[in-house]
Design a protein around this ligand. Structure first.
Ligand code: NAD
Ligand code: UDP
Length: 311
C-alpha cells in the first residue's frame, strides 16, 4: 500500500528533493507551500505524476487532510528571508507546529520536524551534541528563527508526552545543493553565484567562522531514515556533515572549482553570527545507520553545474 505523505514547505529547496525521493519510493505525496521562499519550478517536474498533489496553503492556518506521515519543513531558512518578517517567521514555526501536531494527533499520523543547528545558537560546546542546550540570544536578530524552532521542538515533545503523538525531531545542519534559490543569501549559493558572475565574493567578518556543509541528497536520506525508525525513536538527532571548513576556505574552494577571476572582499559580520558549527553525528550513525557520503568538493561541483543552468 502506498503511504500518503504530507510535506509542508514542499516547494522549497529541501522540500522539493524530499517530495521527489518519496515519490520515487512509491508513496503518494501532498506538497503544501505558500511560496514565500519556495517556487513551482522546484516541483514542476513532479506535477504530472498522478501520485503528487500540490496545495497552496499557509501553515499558520489550520489544515485538515488524511495522511500517514507529515514532514514539517515549512519555514524560511536563510537569515535574510527569516529576518524579512520576523513575526511571521515565529508564527510559521510555532503556529505551524501547533497546526501540524494537532493534525497528526487527530489522524494519528507520524510527524517529523525539520529543526535546526540554530537551536545551539553560538555554541560553547564543539562539536554540538544533542544533549547540549545551546547558547541563543533570545532577543537578537536571529531569535525569530532560533527561538521559533526551539519552541517547535518543545511543542513536539509535549504533544508526544501529553497526547502520544508519534514524533521525530531532526536537527539539520547547513545543507546545500541544486534548487537553492540564487538570491537566497545563504553562503554556498551566494559564493557560487558571485563566482560564476565574476562578482566579488562577500566574506562576512574575517572568514574564520566555521560551518559544516551537507549535500542535499545525504540530508534527505537522513530525514527519511529518521521517519522510518520505530516509535521509540523521537530524537532530536543531528543530521549534517561533520567535515568543518572556515568560510574563507569555502570561498577559495568555490573560486577554484568555478575557475573564477572573482576577488574576495570582506564585509561586516552579522550580529550573533555563530563562530563555529559542526554536528556530532554519533546518534545518527548508531540509530539511523546514516552518515554523509558526499564530500564538499563533489557536492559543490554538482551545485555549480545546477547554478550554471539557472543564472
Ligand atoms: P526554503 O526556504 O527553500 O524552504 C522553505 C519552504 O517553506 C519554502 O518553500 C517556503 O515557501 C515554505 N514556507 C515558508 N513559510 C511558510 C508558511 N507559513 N506556510 C507554508 N509554507 C511556508 O528552505 P530549506 O533550506 O528547504 O529549509 C527547509 C526546512 O529545513 C526549514 O524548516 C528549515 O528551517 C530547515 N533547515 C534547513 C537547513 C538548510 O541548511 N537548508 C538547515 C537547518 C534547518
Ligand atoms: N556568509 C558570508 N558571506 C555570504 C553569506 C554568508 O561570509 O555572502 C557567512 C555568514 O556570515 C555565516 C556563514 O557564512 O558565518 C553561513 O551563513 P548562512 O547564511 O549560509 O547560514 P547560517 O549562518 O545560518 O549558518
Amino acid at each position: 500500500m502506498r503511504k500518503k505523505i504530507l510535506v509542508t514547505g514542499g516547494a522549497g529547496f529541501l522540500g522539493s528533493h524530499l517530495c521527489e525521493r518519496l515519490l520515487n519510493e512509491n508513496n503518494e505525496v501532498l506538497c503544501l507551500d505558500n511560496y514565500f521562499t519556495g517556487n513551482k519550478q522546484n516541483i514542476e517536474h513532479l506535477i504530472d505524476n498522478p501520485f503528487f498533489e500540490l496545495i497552496r496553503h499557509d501553515v499558520t492556518m489550520p489544515f485538515f487532510v488524511e495522511v500517514d506521515e507529515i514532514y514539517n519543513l515549512a519555514c524560511p531558512a536563510s537569515p535574510i528571508h527569516y529576518q524579512y518578517n520576523p513575526i511571521k517567521t515565529i508564527k510559521t514555526s510555532v503556529m505551524g507546529a501547533i497546526n501540524m501536531l494537532g493534525l497528526a494527533k487527530r489522524i494519528k499520523a507520524k510527524i517529523l520536524q525539520a529543526s535546526t543547528s540554530e537551536v545551539y545558537g553560538d555554541p560553547e560546546v564543539h562539536p554540538q551534541k544533542e544533549e547540549y542546550w545551546g547558547s541563543v540570544n533570545p532577543i537578537g536578530p536571529r531569535s525569530c528563527y532560533d527561538e521559533g524552532k526551539r519552541c517547535a521542538e518543545s511543542l513536539f515533545v509535549n504533544y508526544h508526552n501529553q497526547n502520544n503523538v508519534r514524533i521525530k525531531i531532526a536537527r539539520i545542519f547547513n545543507t546545500y545543493g541544486p534548487r537553492m534559490h540564487p538570491a537566497d543569501g545563504r553562503v554556498v549559493s551566494n559564493f557560487i553565484v558571485q563566482a560564476l558572475q565574476g562578482q566579488d565574493i562577500t566574506v562576512y567578518g574575517d572568514g574564520s567562522q566555521t560551518r559544516s556543509f551537507c549535500y542535499s541528497d545525504d540530508l534527505i536520506d537522513g530525514l527519511i531514515r529518521l521517519m522510518n525508525t520505530d516509535d521509540s525513536v523521537k530524537g532530536p538527532i543531528n543530521i549534517g556533515n561533520p567535515d568543518e571548513f572556515t568560510i574563507l576556505e569555502l570561498a577559495q574552494k568555490v573560486i577554484e572549482l568555478t575557475n573564477s577571476k572573482s576577488k574576495i572582499i570582506y564585509e561586516e559580520l552579522p550580529t550573533d553570527d555563530p563562530m563555529q558549527r559542526s554536528p556530532d553525528i554519533n546518534k545518527a550513525r548508531d540509530i539511523l545507520n546514516w552518515k554523509p557520503t558526499i564530500k564538499l568538493e563533489e557536492g559543490l561541483i554538482k551545485t555549480i553545474e545546477y547554478f550554471k543552468t539557472v543564472i
